[in-house]
Write a protein that binds this ligand. Structure first.
Ligand SMILES: CC(C)(COP(=O)(O)OP(=O)(O)OC[C@H]1O[C@@H](n2cnc3c(N)ncnc32)[C@H](O)[C@@H]1OP(=O)(O)O)[C@@H](O)C(=O)NCCC(=O)NCCS
Length: 160
């Protein structure tokens, strides 16, 4: 990762940034529907701070501008995320701003959030990404296995 980029815990004031970042996943255009509707991406951040919410933010050490984020959130069967497996398995979202991709920031965020989840005693995490994107290769390289596919979304999980 670029030397000037650092990672810190996410706070409630980062929710607007997380809301922007989740749009980069493109999952709302993946063809996944529940009751004929794509799950709203706002579901990944609304009411931030509930049990299980954990976020890390990567920021430029010179400008202090946020450049990426990784966060875990538990969902319910009634209001699932795109990578929902069960109510005990947090779903992970990782995104880096387009202008800072390919610098190792995504890998650093992924490594850090997996370490955090493991330290928190989480047994497994899931995620969902659009097929044929760099995200799928990144997660596969980090040991995630494919659980199912739905539309163009690939749902993966990692046992911790
Ligand atoms: C997935 C994502 C987070 C990767 O972030 P990044 O900072 O660019 O990733 P890194 O620079 O750490 O690269 C990690 C690995 O990903 C792969 N990768 C990254 N960008 C790639 C690209 N444009 N083409 C092919 N592979 C790529 C490579 O395998 C790379 O490993 P390497 O170091 O051996 O080259 C970023 O592309 C992104 O924000 N995508 C949109 C959000 C998303 O889809 N998130 C996943 C769903 S939650």
């Amino acid at each position: 990762m670029a030397a000037a980029v650092m990672i810190r815990p996410g706070e409630s004031q980062d929710v607007t940034f997380l809301r922007d970042m989740v749009r980069h996943t493109g999952l709302d255009r993946s063809g996944v529907t529940i009751d004929a509707e794509p799950p709203p991406l706002s579901r990944y951040v609304v009411g931030w701070g509930r049990a299980g919410d954990t976020a890390l933010v990567a920021f430029d050490g010179t400008t202090h501008v946020a450049v990426g984020a990784a966060w875990c959130r538990l969902f319910t069967a009634a209001e699932p995320g795109y990578g929902f497996i069960d109510e005990a398995t947090p779903e992970l979202t990782v995104a880096v701003v387009p202008s800072r991709r390919g610098e190792g920031i995504g890998q650093a965020l992924l490594t850090a959030i997996v370490e955090q989840a493991r330290a928190d005693g989480v047994a497994a995490i899931s995620m969902s990404a659009v097929r044929d994107t760099p995200a799928v290769a990144l997660f596969e390289e980090n040991g995630f296995r494919v659980i199912r596919e739905h539309g163009t979304a690939v749902i993966m999980a990692l046992d911790l």
